[in-house]
Each structure stands twice: as structure tokens, then as C-alpha cells.
Design a protein around this ligand. Structure first.
Ligand code: CMC
Length: 431
């Protein structure tokens, strides 16, 4: 028997269909609610609201499960590459060797920036936050490729934009860093793979080529794969919402960068390392920070803990924690912040406040320590997240465009402002 849900309003009964997902997740389809009843639903933060049906990523926050196109994240992080994972997310299937080679070759073709774009970097303050520059430059790509700005781009045109964005985001990120340290830009090299090329653009100089270390490449590979998608998170929802107005892919993704910047989302990785640094200055007194986070009169939060969807250990954090230990050991780095992070995590996991609220370390808790060990400055951490999330944003924009059910995203509200009143001319207003 088909499942239905029943809502009774003032004695009148209304039935709504129940939608079931692949993994038996359930939703009540209330798309006809307002038409039938004139009522709307109110769901601050959209904690109970499904905005679409999606075939990209499956997440079970209670069990700590994350899969891209059905494949567990643990397998991808152990065996895949970021480029292959990007292909999987955007195209829906793992590529053959030939398809992967073609995809990777398109990255090489699109790695450089138009020379006029370099003026953006020159005009931006060196101390300005790199995410501001990243979102502006990503959006401004639209000005350089007007032939692709169609309401309904073809599959081939989407593929070109995707390759441009995935490849250029890495160049833009590296140039943003070079600008911040007032060093000349290092152009991409056609003979280097995705991550080595990024490291080359970040750290090579005219006199000295950056020496590629496999442990660093592997750690970054894992991090980028783990960040590649996370279904309807804040930035992906921003991309879908902006794209639903038929805005182009560059503009939509640029909105994703802005949403990601916030400290409650992708900006948390920067905040975590800053918090660990503060704890270090407080002589490693983690309890002081835990108490501050528990104080009902304040709004301080332990960065890198908690998640809207995970009510269990974030599966990404588990892998990243292990990689952080491995990389630091491999590079022979003894970072006191790693010891503080472990101490903080241990204390948090034993604390009732965090247990009751099901707050565990999330993806951002250990990732910053890896970036730091590689020599990437803290302000660049959210930029690293953006490079990683690019395939997810593109995949969702593409899925949204192809879905005949997509309508412009336009939530409603309950008005709580003043009731109707008359305009009072300025001369008659009381001071
Ligand atoms: N430290 C202390 N208390 C917390 C924390 C935290 N990090 N996170 C949530 N809480 C408390 C919160 O105060 C509330 O307590 P109470 O019920 O007494 O009012 C309760 O837990 C529920 O919190 P919420 O704000 O309703 O939860 P949310 O689902 O709206 O927010 C979150 C999720 C990730 C924004 C939040 O946990 C947070 O602010 N964490 C710190 C920032 C962070 O690490 N963000 C990265 C998220 S993972 C990467 C990504 O996908 O963006």
C-alpha cells in the first residue's frame, strides 16, 4: 500500500504522498500544501526540509555513512584520485582510463588565466581575505567566456565550464596566495598533475622549483576527495538556489564560495587552528575553552565540533585525523597543536554537554593541521576547502539544471512586522 501522510487543520483532513529514497529515507511531499490549505511550513535552517531529490551523495548522519554515487568515502579516499572522484560526481560513473585521460587533459588546457585577469589580483589588498578574491575572480570568469553563458548549455558546454572551473580554481587559489605574500605568480606547467601543479604554483620560485613530496601529494589528495561533496550543505544549497534563477555556472559557484567562507561552514578549518593556537597560548588549558563553549550566557563554540547532519563521528574526520598523524610523522614535524587537538577531542568526548548534543569532531577539526604542515597559511584553509568542493558544486548545478522539477528557489515567510499603517510626511513626524 502506498504510504501517505495526513495533516488535519481545523478538522479538515489533507493527505500528502510519502516519497522514499534508495536507502529508505522518507519525505512527506508537501508541495501542494499551500494550494490546498493556504498554510505553509516553517523550518528555520531547513533542518527538516528536502529541497530536491538528488542522485549524487548519500549521507546517513546517525550511522556516520557517506557515499558518492554509491561508493563509500573510505574506499575513494584510499584508492581514488581527486580528478577521478570529480569525474564520478559530475558524470555519475567512474571513468574508463580513456575517459579519465581526456578529462585530465582538459584540465591542462584550461589551467592558465587570461592575462587581463591578473589585474584583479594586482588591485586586491595583499592582506585582504583570499576568499573575497576567489569568489570575485571565479564570478568574473563569466566575462571572459560569454559564449558559454546560455540558459540551457549543452552537455559539451557544461563540460568545458566544469574543466575551466576545476582547473582554474587551483590557479586562482595559488595566485591569491602569491599576491598575499607579495611574490610573483608562477604559471601552471603542462607536464604536472593536478596536485603537484598546485604546489608548484604555490611554492616554486624563479630560482628554485618546489620539490614534490609524495606524502604531501597523497595527504592533499585525500583531503580534496573528502571535501568533494556533501549533499545539500549551505554552500551547495547556495549554488543550487542561485542557479535556480538560471544564473550561469560561474555566478552560481561564486555564491558557493561566499557561503563556504563563513566560520560555521568552510571557514571553520581556519578558526580551528586559530583556536588551537589560543589554547596553546593558554598553556594547553583545554578545560577553559570547553567551559566557555558550555556557558549558556555566551555564544562561543568549539570550532571543528558538531554538525547539522552527523550525530555520530564524521567519517571524514576519522580519516583526516589518521592522515594528519601520518603526514606529520612522515615530514618529521612535531606540532604542539596536534597534541592539543587530541587532548581537546578526548576531553570533549568525555563531556556530558557534548555527548547529550551529539557533538563530535567534524571534517574541519584536523584538516587545518595538514595544511599547516604543508606550509599553507591559515587564511588559505577555506580556499583549500573550495578547491575540494568544486566538483560537488558543479555536479549539483548540473543535476539541478537537468531536473524537470526544478523551479526558482523562493521560500515563503510568516510576516511578524507592524500591521498596516499610513505614511506620515517628515514634517509631521515626532522627533
Ligand atoms: N561548540 C559548542 N556547542 C555547540 C557546538 C560547538 N561547536 N555546536 C553546536 N553546539 C550546541 C549549540 O549551542 C546547541 O546547544 P543548545 O541546544 O543548548 O542550544 C546545540 O549544540 C545544537 O546546536 P545548533 O546550532 O542548533 O546545531 P546546528 O545543526 O544548527 O549547527 C554547526 C551545526 C556545524 C553550525 C554547529 O555545530 C557549529 O557551530 N559548529 C562549530 C563550527 C564548525 O565546526 N563548522 C564546520 C561544520 S563541518 C564542515 C561543513 O560542512 O561546513
Amino acid at each position: 500500500m502506498e504510504e501517505t501522510a495526513r495533516i488535519i487543520i481545523n478538522g479538515a483532513t489533507h493527505d500528502f504522498p510519502v516519497i522514499t529514497g534508495t536507502e529508505d529515507e522518507k519525505a512527506i511531499d508537501i508541495s501542494t500544501l499551500r494550494g490546498k490549505t493556504s498554510y505553509i511550513t516553517l523550518d528555520s535552517g531547513f533542518g527538516n526540509t528536502g529541497a530536491c531529490a538528488s542522485g549524487i551523495t548519500f549521507l546517513d548522519g546517525e550511522k556516520g555513512v557517506l557515499r558518492y554515487r554509491g561508493i563509500p568515502i573510505e574506499e575513494l579516499a584510499g584508492e581514488s584520485t581527486f580528478i577521478e572522484t570529480a569525474y564520478l560526481l559530475i558524470k555519475g560513473e567512474l571513468p574508463t582510463q580513456k575517459q579519465l585521460d581526456k578529462f585530465a587533459a582538459s584540465f591542462t588546457r584550461h589551467a592558465s588565466l587570461h592575462k587581463d585577469m591578473l589585474h584583479f589580483f594586482k588591485g586586491y589588498p595583499a592582506a585582504g581575505h583570499p576568499m573575497g578574491l576567489l569568489s570575485a575572480v571565479v564570478c568574473s570568469l563569466s566575462g571572459y567566456y560569454p559564449e558559454l553563458l546560455k540558459t540551457d548549455p549543452t552537455e559539451d558546454e557544461i563540460e568545458i565550464m566544469a574543466a575551466q572551473l576545476l582547473s582554474k580554481v587551483r590557479t586562482i587559489a595559488a595566485y591569491t596566495y602569491r599576491k598575499s605574500v607579495k611574490k610573483p605568480f608562477v604559471p601552471p606547467r603542462a607536464d604536472l598533475r593536478y596536485i603537484p601543479n598546485f604546489l608548484h604554483m604555490m611554492f616554486s620560485t624563479a630560482k628554485k622549483e618546489y620539490k614534490i613530496n609524495d606524502a604531501v601529494v597523497n595527504a592533499l589528495q585525500t583531503l580534496l576527495i573528502l571535501h568533494a561533496d556533501h549533499e545539500q550543505n549551505c554552500s551547495t544549497s547556495a549554488v543550487r538556489l542561485v542557479g535556480s534563477s538560471w544564473a550561469n555556472l560561474y555566478a552560481s559557484v561564486s555564491a558557493g564560495v561566499c557561503a563556504l567562507w563563513g566560520p560555521l561552514h568552510g571557514g571553520a578549518n581556519q578558526e580551528v587552528v586559530e583556536m588551537l593556537e589560543e589554547i596553546r597560548k593558554a598553556k594547553g588549558n583545554v578545560q577553559k575553552f570547553i567551559d566557555k563553549a558550555k556557558d549558556p550566557n555566551g555564544n562561543y563554540r568549539l570550532m571543528g565540533f558538531g554538525h547539522r547532519v552527523y550525530k555520530n563521528y564524521d567519517p571524514r574526520a576519522k580519516i583526516i585525523k589518521q592522515r594528519a598523524h601520518e603526514l606529520l610523522a612522515e615530514l618529521n614535524i612535531r606540532d604542539p597543536l596536534l597534541d592539543i587537538a587530541v587532548k581537546l577531542e578526548d576531553a570533549v568526548l568525555k563531556d556530558d554537554y557534548f555527548a547529550q548534543r551529539k557533538l563530535y569532531p567534524n571534517v574541519d577539526f584536523y584538516s587545518g593541521l595538514i595544511y599547516k604542515a604543508i606550509g599553507i597559511p591559515t587564511a588559505m584553509f577555506p580556499v583549500m576547502f573550495a578547491i575540494g568542493r568544486m566538483p560537488g558544486w558543479i555536479a549539483h548545478w548540473k543535476e539541478m539544471k537537468a531536473d524537470p522539477k526544478t523551479r526558482i528557489g523562493r521560500p515563503r515567510q510568516i510576516y511578524i512586522g507592524p500591521p498596516k499603517k499610513s505614511y506620515v510626511p517628515i514634517q509631521q513626524r515626532q522627533s
